[in-house]
Design a protein around this ligand. Structure first.
Ligand code: PHE
Length: 341
């Protein structure tokens, strides 16, 4: 029996030495230590052996087991290391390569401009007030003292819906009425940013959908000089401390008197260039003292209260600031344009 075991040991070791991959090592292990292997059967047959041989055989079996196990583990370790090495080589990761850039999103230039403008107004005590984009004819026109025959009501300018008298707002001014009716009788300082819609030909200078920021101040004793001072302060905060402003008389049905504010052209410093069309001035916003009829429609008694309002286009301001020549870039969704800002 001992003789058989020694032979088994020698043969098994020889076989093991010839193996290199983990697959065949596994097979070898099953064969050598399995139920049908001599190591198992020898133990099972101990009882059939002469008494004095039994301990010797038992001891020899254990010795062989230990030896073969140790030899196997050594081989197995080497094979696993080789497997790992192979895997790493077949899928080479070069940790020194530069990473793939992750592109970051950004705010649209108009959104950036709207936020910048609202931030400045916030510093000056004006709160953001949100108003609906779908309006009634009454709020968009009637309550703002825009009479039935006014050209702004023309089919050319307004998007009508299938519901009678329900339209897309053509300006943010109807928000003035909403704000007044909500705030009455408190004083008001609000800015209303939002989208407006006009049924127009899309050109480099005009789009059917664009942003406006409305402003409204209502209280006791508010005068035209407050309007001029506040808007001039605003212009300096947005365009720089030294910027000069001028007010030109204008007409809006919902303000009286009405004006347009220009700022000195920041491209040529007022000398005259292509951006300001040689005038030295850039038109920035429309404004005026809230018309008594509008105050009354908002619930404020015009004999007690007064106020000023203004409206500006952030898109126009961005176009001037960044010398953008075509308004259609804003909705073009071209990253080559958008990612510049
Ligand atoms: N609603 C005017 C427009 O769309 C702008 C404006 C607002 C003018 C408030 C005066 C006062 O052109």
């Amino acid at each position: 029996m001992i003789e058989q075991l020694n032979q088994f040991e020698g043969e098994s070791l020889a076989k093991l030495n010839a193996l290199n991959d983990s697959e065949s090592l596994k097979a070898w292990k099953g064969e050598v230590f399995g139920k049908t292997s001599l190591l198992s059967t020898a133990l099972g047959e101990l009882g059939k052996l002469p008494k004095e041989e039994r301990p010797l055989v038992g001891k020899r079996v254990n010795e062989i087991k230990q030896k073969l196990t140790a030899a196997f583990e050594e081989k197995d370790y080497a094979a696993k290391a080789a497997d790992l090495e192979k895997e790493l080589r077949s899928e080479p990761y070069d940790v020194t390569l530069p990473g793939r850039p992750v592109t970051r999103g950004r705010l649209h230039l108009i959104s950036q401009t709207v936020r910048e403008i609202c931030d400045v107004w916030a510093e000056m005590g004006f709160q953001v007030y949100r108003s609906r984009e779908v309006e009634t004819d009454e709020y968009n026109f009637e309550l703002l003292n825009i009479p039935k025959h006014h050209p702004a009501r023309d089919m050319q300018d307004t998007f009508y819906t299938t519901v009678p008298d329900v339209i897309l707002r053509t300006h943010t001014s109807p928000g003035q009425i909403h704000a007044m009716r909500e705030y009455y009788p408190d004083p008001i300082r609000v800015v209303l940013p939002g989208m407006v819609y006009r049924y127009e030909q899309i050109t480099a200078r005009s789009d059917i959908q664009f942003d406006q920021i409305e402003g409204l101040a209502v209280g006791k004793g508010i005068r035209m000089s407050d309007l001029k001072g506040t808007l001039t302060d605003f212009a300096r905060r947005i365009f720089g401390k030294g910027v000069r402003t001028r007010f030109r008389s204008d007409h809006f049905p919902f303000t009286e008197p009405s004006a347009e504010m220009d700022i000195e052209c920041f491209v040529c410093g007022g000398k005259g260039c292509a951006v300001c069309k040689r005038s030295g001035w850039l038109e920035i916003l429309g404004c005026g003292m809230v018309h008594p009829i509008v105050l009354k429609n908002g619930g404020y008694d015009p004999k007690v209260f007064s106020g000023f309002a203004f409206g500006m286009g952030p898109g126009r301001i961005a176009m001037l600031k960044y010398k953008i020549e075509d308004i259609r870039y804003f909705w073009g969704n071209d990253l080559r344009f958008l990612s510049q800002f």
